[in-house]
Write a protein that binds this ligand. Structure first.
Ligand code: GN1
Ligand code: MG
Length: 367
């Protein structure tokens, strides 16, 4: 492996000697390494990433999106007198490309934002609020970005209605003979389907606008300052595409306000933590409030329920089609994830009124 990384460093024009290579194991899709390279007595850290081309069919276009987005954000930061380093920066090959494609895969390398850490869960409410500000701010930074110039990296990514339709088609086909095991889960999804498609309806009727959104707002996609604890920047820009603000808010809540991990097998540990919900909302909403329509604000909580049910649908779909999309650590991992997300979605359903009250309180918009 070391030999391959020496070659990659050379291709991406990074001078120096490789000191260490560690796997970063928290993504479910790409394969990521934390690589330290020493040049002239100084150690620098880089992120080497092999992009999953089963999931991302056109990675070159993704890298073009990323180039446009990071340039846009860096220019804005500079105009505000802030450091351009607060947005991801990718290494380029001698041919000026921010990726390298070979038989073994599709590679990219970014500089590790110095002095930062990531968290896979978040009980610290101040930290959560700061993550809310970071995702809200990212959204605001992209509010004047031309959405039509973006390639849609995964079509229908957060199209919940289409996700459910695909699942139900696969239930009929039962390609791996696993449908018998999951009758109850399918019924629970069917019973929540109507509400989960509400955002689709509001989009169809143009009561909600499309914006440029991040679409993968897990807390571990936020880099926090190692010393101060404040969120510095957001990463994982593969799915920046047109979407709904409720998707970004909702996916973040799904992950960060769950009292358990997203794949907790002990369902008694799975629930919505309203304190964490409030903390994230207190960070996110003031950042975006000026640019959102009242309907967007009113559908934020619905976004949390919708994204959680959508993830249950995606995990179950992957389970019954043979675990090809998400990385799994054991047989049945996707089913465990499904059950966890279903339990959380049901708990969110119970708490919709309470969540809406918090959003109304923070935004000042009466519902
Ligand atoms: C995937 O790889 P990661 O952890 O950044 C997935 C997200 C899911 C998430 C669930 C491109 O994200 O949509 O919410 O797993 N990304 C893609 O953990 O499908
Ligand atoms: Mg991701």
């Amino acid at each position: 492996m070391r030999k391959q990384f020496i070659e990659l460093a050379h291709i991406f024009q990074i001078p120096g000697e490789i000191r260490s290579i560690d796997v970063i194991s928290n993504g479910n899709i790409n394969t990521t390494y934390d690589v330290t390279i020493c040049d002239g007595g100084t150690d620098r850290r880089y992120v080497f990433q092999k992009v999953n081309i089963f999931v991302f069919k056109n990675p070159k276009r993704i890298m073009k999106n990323i180039e446009m987005i990071t340039t846009h954000v860096a220019n804005k930061l500079e105009a505000e007198g802030k450091s351009r380093d607060l947005v991801m920066h990718f290494a380029h090959t001698a041919a000026g490309k921010n990726y390298y494609m070979e038989d073994q895969g599709f590679w990219r390398v970014s500089e590790y934002v110095p002095n930062t850490v990531t968290y896979n869960s978040c009980e610290d409410l101040e930290r959560l609020k700061s993550a809310g500000r970071a995702f809200g701010n990212f959204q605001t930074m992209l509010s004047d970005f031309d959405a039509s110039s973006l390639y849609e990296t995964i079509p229908n990514f957060h199209n919940t209605r289409s996700r459910i339709a695909v699942l139900l088609r696969h239930v009929n086909e039962d390609p791996c003979g696993r449908v018998d095991e999951v009758g109850e889960e399918i019924e629970r999804i069917r019973s929540m389907k109507h509400l989960a498609c509400r955002l689709n309806e509001l989009l169809d009727s143009q009561e909600l606008p499309l914006r440029v959104t991040h679409n993968d707002t897990k807390i571990n996609n936020v880099l926090f300052d190692r010393d101060g604890g404040e969120a510095k920047t957001v990463i994982d820009l593969d799915t920046v595409m047109p979407g709904l603000v409720a998707h970004d808010f909702g996916d973040a809540v799904r992950f960060a306000a769950n009292t358990s991990a997203e794949d907790e097998p002990d369902l008694s540990k799975v629930s919505l933590d309203m304190n964490r919900f409030r903390a994230f909302a207190e960070g996110f909403i003031p950042e975006v409030a000026n640019s959102l329509t009242p309907m967007e604000v009113k559908t934020l909580s619905l976004g949390a329920f919708t994204m959680t049910l959508e993830l249950a649908v995606r995990f179950l779909d992957d389970y019954i089609t043979g675990d090809q999309y998400f990385k799994t650590l054991y047989r049945g991992h996707n089913l465990v994830r499904t059950r966890c997300q279903l339990k959380l979605a049901e708990d969110m359903f119970e708490h919709l009124g309470e969540m809406n009250k918090v959003v109304a309180d923070i935004s000042g918009i009466p519902f």
